[in-house]
Structures are given as structure tokens and as C-alpha cells.
Design a protein around this ligand. Structure first.
Ligand SMILES: Nc1ncnc2c1ncn2[C@@H]1O[C@H](COP(=O)(O)OP(=O)(O)OP(=O)(O)O)[C@@H](O)[C@H]1O
Ligand SMILES: [Mg+2]
Length: 275
């Protein structure tokens, strides 16, 4: 099953959701691949692959293998070589971002197969995982569209505020446009209300809007907890994070609470995958 974690609004928790949902699926025994489709490379950097992100950047003529090369087909790489980019990880594997991927946006716009390039690459290469999660960039550009078309399933992280509703409506329009243009069905898996404040709850009318839009079982919440950031400092998901080793022994309660949240998200994906 492929799922893109999409929302054009910045800083709503796409990367955090990808890192920890991938961790939860791996914890539940699945083979997982996370693809960093955001040229900013937050997932890649947060999981500790800084050299990978900048590799060969001083010499653009050098044969630097990056997602852009597979998607644009401008160099030597073919669609079926997507698996050459995989980095194996302790929890799950990733396809990292590279800073050159910023240039992909422009050429994917003009390329006939640009929007479908990630889907073609995933279909043609020997990529065989139980779950492929795609961390999407914070825009409605061609990489975000390519992620939606490649996955045909989308999970929407949102802040629990009124702006989130407007952002979601814009994204729904984009999804509909892609569905019409490419004659596909893109399934809305659900919403993750992220960084829900510790004190105070979400306004009732907003909670109602989310449950009416996605269905009661399809709206999950993740609380605002420093432990999320501490796990990132540790360069793992919250499942491989060891609060004692990291010097934050007081994280053990919040980390258990967070682990339960992302396990629920993983279970939702399993349920839909098994439908
Ligand atoms: N539940 C949470 N509790 C505490 N901090 C969080 C939580 N979720 C996300 N954050 C923090 O909020 C910030 C933004 O999250 P994240 O990077 O996942 O968002 P994003 O949507 O991927 O951003 P961008 O649009 O820039 O890609 C990060 O610093 C992250 O560590
Ligand atoms: Mg991000």
C-alpha cells in the first residue's frame, strides 16, 4: 500500500507523521519504505542523512544519484532504477531527498510524464514493501501532485484550527482536478489533528466538521509533546527513541502516549489496506 502524507500548508506535521507512522508500521512487523519527496529534505535530515542530502553538490556534473534523476530522466538513470536510491535503516528504509530535487519541480511541469513519474518509477522498479509512505512538499506543485498520483491514498495532517479547514478544501479541489485529468481515484484515508494542545480541547464545531468530512474513525489526534522533538534529535522515530539514553528520562510517559497514537494511525492504514 502506498500513502502520501499531503498538505500544502507548511509546518502542519507532514514529516513528523511520515517518520512516526513509518516507525509504527515497522513496529507492527511490516516492511516499510519512506520516500522524501520534499526537496527541503526534512525527513532525510531529521533521520541523520545530511551527507546524502548534499552529496556532490559542489560538482553538478558528477554522477549524483538522486530522486530528480529518476523522475526527470535527464541523466543516466531510468525509472526502474528508483530502488538504487534506497538507504536501509534500522527501523525502515528511506529514499532520501537531495538538494538538487528543487530543480525537479520545474522540469516535471513541462515533462509529458512528469506528474506520473513517481508512479511509473514505483511500478517499474523492484520496490516491494508492505507500506510505502511519501512525505510531500508544502505546496501544490508537481512533486506534490506526483506523490498523490503515485500513492492514490492520502493522509492529511492538519493543525486543529479553522485555517486547516480552508487548507483542506483547497487540497480536495486539487485532488479532484488530478482525478479528472488522470482518470484515477485518490482515496482520502483520514485526517491527523496534530499538535493538539495539552490543555484545552479542540473546538466542538471543528471536531464535528472533521468527523463529518472523514468519518468518525478516520480522524485521529496527536498531542503537542516535546518528546516528538527529542526523538528527532535522536534521529529516529518515537519507537526507536530511548528517552534515558537521550538524557530525557521524563519522556517515558509522553512517549508511551505518542506511541499509542501512531499505532492507531498504523492500524487505520492496515484496516484500509485489508479492505
Ligand atoms: N505532535 C507534536 N508535538 C510537538 N511538536 C511537533 C508535533 N508535530 C510536529 N511537531 C513539530 O512541529 C514542527 C513542524 O512539523 P513538521 O516538520 O512535521 O511539519 P511539516 O508539515 O512537515 O512542515 P513542512 O511544511 O515545512 O514540510 C517540527 O518542528 C516538529 O518537530
Ligand atoms: Mg515536512
Amino acid at each position: 500500500m502506498r500513502v502520501t502524507i499531503g498538505m500544502q500548508k507548511g509546518g502542519v506535521g507532514k514529516t513528523t507523521t511520515t517518520i512516526n507512522t513509518a516507525g509504527a508500521l515497522a513496529e507492527r512487523g511490516h516492511d516499510v519504505l519512506a520516500i522524501d519527496a520534499d526537496p527541503q529534505g526534512a525527513l532525510t535530515l531529521k533521520l541523520g542523512h545530511k551527507e546524502q542530502y548534499r552529496r556532490f553538490s559542489d560538482n553538478p556534473n558528477e554522477d549524483a544519484e538522486a530522486l530528480i534523476d529518476v523522475l526527470t530522466q535527464d541523466g543516466d538513470m531510468e525509472f526502474d532504477q528508483l530502488d538504487d536510491l534506497i538507504i536501509s535503516g534500522g527501523e525502515y528504509d528511506i529514499i532520501p531527498a537531495h538538494m538538487r530535487n528543487f530543480l525537479a519541480e520545474k522540469s516535471l511541469y513541462t515533462d509529458r510524464r512528469g506528474f506520473e513519474s513517481l508512479k511509473i518509477a514505483l511500478n517499474r522498479s523492484d520496490i516491494d514493501y508492505d507500506y510505502v509512505l511519501i512525505d510531500s512538499p508544502p505546496n501544490l506543485g508537481p512533486l506534490a501532485d506526483a506523490a498523490l498520483l503515485a500513492a492514490e491514498n492520502v493522509l492529511f495532517p492538519s493543525e486543529p484550527n479553522v485555517i486547516a479547514q480552508e487548507s483542506l478544501k483547497i487540497l480536495f479541489d486539487e485532488v479532484e482536478t488530478l482525478e479528472d485529468q488522470f482518470e484515477v481515484k485518490i482515496r482520502a484515508i483520514g485526517a491527523i489533528l496534530n499538535q493538539v494542545p495539552a490543555q484545552g480541547s479542540i473546538a466542538a464545531d471543528m471536531q464535528d466538521w472533521f468527523t463529518e468530512t472523514f468519518g468518525e474513525d478516520r480522524v485521529l489526534s496527536v498531542p503537542d509533546r516535546d518528546a516528538i522533538e527529542h526523538a528527532i534529535e535522536y534521529e529516529t522515530s518515537i519507537y526507536a527513541y530511548d528517552p534515558d539514553d537521550a538524557g530525557y528520562p521524563w519522556d517515558s510517559d509522553p512517549i508511551n502516549e505518542l506511541r499509542d497514537c501512531y499505532l492507531s494511525i498504523a492500524e487505520l492504514l492496515e484496516e484500509i489496506n485489508n479492505e
